[in-house]
Ligand binder design. Structure first.
Ligand SMILES: NC(=O)c1ccc[n+]([C@@H]2O[C@H](COP(=O)([O-])OP(=O)(O)OC[C@H]3O[C@@H](n4cnc5c(N)ncnc54)[C@H](O)[C@@H]3O)[C@@H](O)[C@H]2O)c1
Length: 255
């Protein structure tokens, strides 16, 4: 699918990997609905491209807000062709703490945002995509989910995060199979360590150590490299049901 003239919805689009995806898709001529619960950042980004964007302030864990975001996309631009799920949160808590076991509510919140939020957006956006006029292959839409290398090599303290991301990996093929009759492709990108606002909080020496732990190239990933892969997945009609690590060959150590 050529992104030019298409309508994309990007969750977590106000920051980091999502924002880079918004900018790249805009650059390729798509119109983009930025979905984020950070109202200020989302609105500021959308204001820079008033004709080609809309902003939906939405917590992806609230199904009515997901519905409203999907409806906004259709009302403003007529349809949805592309969904990129980037909204996500991290976690750092071991299964056994000094005083108590892992907090159960925190585990549920991470899974709610990273897994339930991505599934809710996917099912509701796919319902709209299924109404699109098909292309020559019968294609009607593309969904990209953002996993993590933590789905495979989760570190100490990442039990909730890894579980949520591994679930996205596990969901990719059945989602692609479910949606094949509607002509909707589904792929999941598993990033390694990317230089996003999430990581800007980390001290310089820690960032340098992280960069050194990447076999090649010895640096953090740039958000536009993630967005570039999103563009490729959208454009390559034969890519479906696949999980792609984007990580400079890193394999995370236990800690
Ligand atoms: N940066 C990395 O190194 C890295 C590595 C692997 C995977 N990832 C994944 O990539 C995705 C994007 O991460 P990032 O580094 O760009 O982070 P980020 O914090 O820069 O961006 C995440 C965005 O998601 C939004 N968001 C969070 N919870 C939300 C919710 N409930 N509803 C709506 N929006 C919500 C935030 O407001 C923010 O704008 C996440 O799913 C993350 O797990 C990132």
């Amino acid at each position: 699918m050529d992104p030019k003239g298409k309508v994309a919805v990007v969750t977590g689009g106000a920051s980091g990997l999502g924002k880079a995806t918004v900018l790249r898709l805009l650059g390729k001529g798509a119109r983009v609905v930025i979905v984020d619960y950070d109202g200020d950042a989302g609105q500021a980004l959308a204001a820079e491209y008033p004709d080609a964007t809309a902003f939906a302030k939405c917590n992806v864990t609230v199904t009515e807000e997901v519905t409203a975001a999907v409806e906004l996309a259709v009302a403003k631009f007529g349809q949805i062709d592309i969904l990129v799920n980037c909204a996500g949160i991290g976690s750092a808590e071991r299964t056994l703490g000094r005083e108590a076991p892992h907090d159960m509510e925190r585990f549920k919140v991470v899974v709610a945002v990273n897994l339930f939020g991505a599934f809710d957006m996917s099912r509701q956006a796919a319902f709209k995509m299924a109404q699109n006029v098909p292309d020559v292959d019968g294609g009607r839409g593309v969904i990209v989910m953002t996993g993590s290398v933590a789905a495979f090599d989760g570190q100490i303290g990442q039990v909730a995060y890894s579980a949520s991301k591994a679930a996205l990996v596990g969901m990719t093929l059945p989602l692609a199979r479910d949606l094949s009759s509607a002509g909707i492709r589904v792929c999941t990108i598993c990033p390694g360590i990317f230089d996003t606002p999430l990581l800007a909080l980390v001290q310089d020496d820690v960032r340098a150590r992280l960069a050194q732990s990447v076999p090649f190239p010895k640096r953090l990933g740039q958000p536009d490299e993630f967005a570039h892969l999103v563009e490729h997945i959208v454009s390559n009609a034969y890519l479906n049901g696949e999980i792609i690590r984007l990580d400079g060959a890193i394999r995370m150590a236990p800690k």
